[in-house]
Design a protein around this ligand. Structure first.
Ligand code: NOJ
Length: 543
């Protein structure tokens, strides 16, 4: 496989609304991001994935776009965007944009036109169907945000299709004009010099609603090949598809370089294994390390040279990993570093979500009103009908709700964590006085510097990027350990994923050679055969 810059890169995701407010309106903005580029440079990341900043009525915080070629006023202007691309470039940071093309906002001019009449030229940009014989929804497909995926349009007596909120009508990808419009828009952004795209729910665009096929539709890979050819194929960019329904076999279809589709995808098996089969994240299961080991090592070994992995714990839709799989109390620092170590020595491109690098935690608002997320509200209503109590739902929201990731970035211990001087659009997590960037930068032992070191190690050691992966202590219920190796190096990674001390015995083959400690979250003297790992202890040796 020919080496690519994005294989040795580390990506940092910014949720603009919550990152940094430069104009005191309580909402983060693009100039606010420019102000923090030096901070990101210090961390050492190569790429920023920018969640949507386009014009939008913000029903889903920008994942409902009303103009793909303009910037939402609360985030700034196109000049600000050009400035961000430029200033990032000066620091050798590329910007990848969020491409949300499964759906638009219902305020997009295409949909406004489409709604006017059945024979409007834009009608077929979206998916419309007659009511069924009883006058009801055309089929029983559900929206991912709860309720039916069909909404009746009174004016024209047809239903339109939306896999998310009714304010997010799905585009009809069978229409060549839709494809052309999207490809032109992608080229508009590529011409500005962006570094690629993160493609929102890209595995849904080839749906066949009449056959009840939603993800991985039969034409999906044909469409992606056409998109590649019409847009980024001859440009040296990073493309990453959000694909909840991917298996390693499917991942190869997207990311095998010979197939000319995408650089890589986000798979979610390691996330959904903690979800209930029926109620998903709203009825969380307790995490199981053996399952996690199985899933992550499957992806490591099945997707090797004929595809590429992305590595992540967090994004704007997921709870904070330290709260989820670590300890947000006594061992917050140790467990956040352990989780970072576990992920960053794997093969693939790591993604860090804003605040993860300082160990930000989930938030527990007592009042539902303090939440903002459309999905949270929709499912609160829906699940109360399903027999959940208010308390059940609040617990689920505290554990898995999307606003856990969206509370403002904690920059310092001043009011509103230095995010804004106004009232923030979403409340700041009350722990900002101790968990913030200023504290982290002032402490050599902070989670921040651990991430910085992990990023640096990836730059220095090819084996971390390209080496083979082998799980060891496969059936150990508390320890996640593995070896990465190539012709020159062998790296041993050992993580105790629990708050308890655990003793393990390393095979002689691993301790006999000279070894060099690369990173650890506790002081370590030497690598012995018999090891007692402290709570959440993690380290890596170059053997
Ligand atoms: C996935 C995005 O990550 C999420 O935030 C959004 O709500 C849906 N797609 C719809 O665009």
């Amino acid at each position: 496989m020919q080496k690519k810059w994005w294989q040795s890169s580390v990506v940092y995701q910014i949720y603009p609304r919550s990152f940094n407010d430069s104009n005191s309106d309580g909402i983060g903005d693009i100039v606010g991001i420019v102000q923090k580029l030096d901070y990101l440079k210090e961390l050492g990341i190569d790429v920023i994935w920018l969640s949507p900043v386009y014009s939008s009525p913000m029903c889903d915080n920008g994942y409902d776009i009303s103009d793909y070629r303009n910037i939402a006023p609360e985030f700034g202007t196109m000049e600000d965007m050009d400035l961000l691309i430029d200033e990032a470039k000066k620091r050798k940071i590329r910007i990848i944009m969020d491409l949300v093309v499964n759906h638009t906002s219902d305020e997009h001019p295409w949909f406004i036109e489409a709604k006017k009449s059945k024979n409007n030229p834009y009608r077929d940009y979206y998916i419309w169907r007659e009511p069924n014989e009883d006058g009801n929804v055309p089929s029983d497909i559900s929206s991912i945000f709860g309720g039916p995926a069909w909404t009746f349009d009174k004016a024209t007596h047809q239903y339109f299709f939306h896999l998310f909120a009714s304010s997010q009508p799905d585009l009809n990808w069978k229409n060549k004009k839709v494809q052309e419009e999207i490809y032109n828009m992608m080229n508009f952004w590529l011409d500005k010099g962006i570094g690629g795209f993160r493609m929102d729910v890209i595995d849904l665009i080839a749906k066949e609603v009449d056959k009840n096929i939603i993800d991985n539709g039969p034409n999906l890979h044909k469409l992606l090949k056409e998109m590649n050819l019409a847009t980024f194929g001859d440009r040296d960019v990073l493309t990453v598809g959000e694909t909840w329904g991917a298996t390693p076999e499917i991942a190869k279809l997207y990311s095998d370089p010979k197939r000319n589709e995408l650089s890589m995808i986000f798979q979610f098996e390691h996330i959904t294994l903690d979800w209930d089969e029926v109620y998903g994240k709203w009825k969380p299961k307790s995490p199981n390390l053996l399952e996690l080991k199985k899933v992550l090592s499957k992806w490591q070994t099945k997707l090797t040279n004929d595809g590429w992995n992305s590595l992540f714990w967090n994004n704007h839709d997921l709870p904070r990993i330290v709260s989820k799989k670590g300890d947000e109390g006594k061992y917050r620092v140790e467990s956040a570093k352990m989780l970072a170590t576990l992920l960053h020595f794997l093969k693939g491109t790591p993604y860090i979500y804003q605040g993860e690098e300082i160990g930000m935690t989930n938030v527990k608002f007592d009042n539902l009103d303090d939440y903002d997320d459309i999905e949270t509200y929709n499912f609160y209503k829906e699940n109360l009908k399903n027999g959940f109590s208010h308390d059940d739902m609040m617990k689920a929201i505290w554990e898995n709700g999307r606003d856990n990731a969206r509370t403002p970035m904690q920059w310092n211990n001043t009011e509103n964590a230095g995010f804004t001087t106004n009232k923030p659009w979403l409340k700041v997590n009350s722990n900002y006085k101790s968990i913030n960037v200023k504290e982290a930068l002032a402490d050599n032992n902070s989670i921040f510097y651990h991430y910085k070191k992990l990023i640096k190690l990836r730059k220095d050691l090819d084996v971390i990027v390209y080496g083979d992966f082998k799980l060891i202590f496969e059936n150990h219920p508390s320890v996640f350990a593995y070896i990465r190796s190539n012709n020159h190096n062998k790296i041993l990674v050992i993580c105790n994923a629990t708050p308890n001390a655990v003793t393990i015995e390393l095979p002689k083959s691993l301790t006999k050679s000279k070894h060099q400690l690369l990173i650890s979250n506790y002081e370590i003297d030497s690598l012995n055969g018999l090891l007692t790992l402290r709570p959440y202890e993690a380290f890596a040796y170059n053997l």
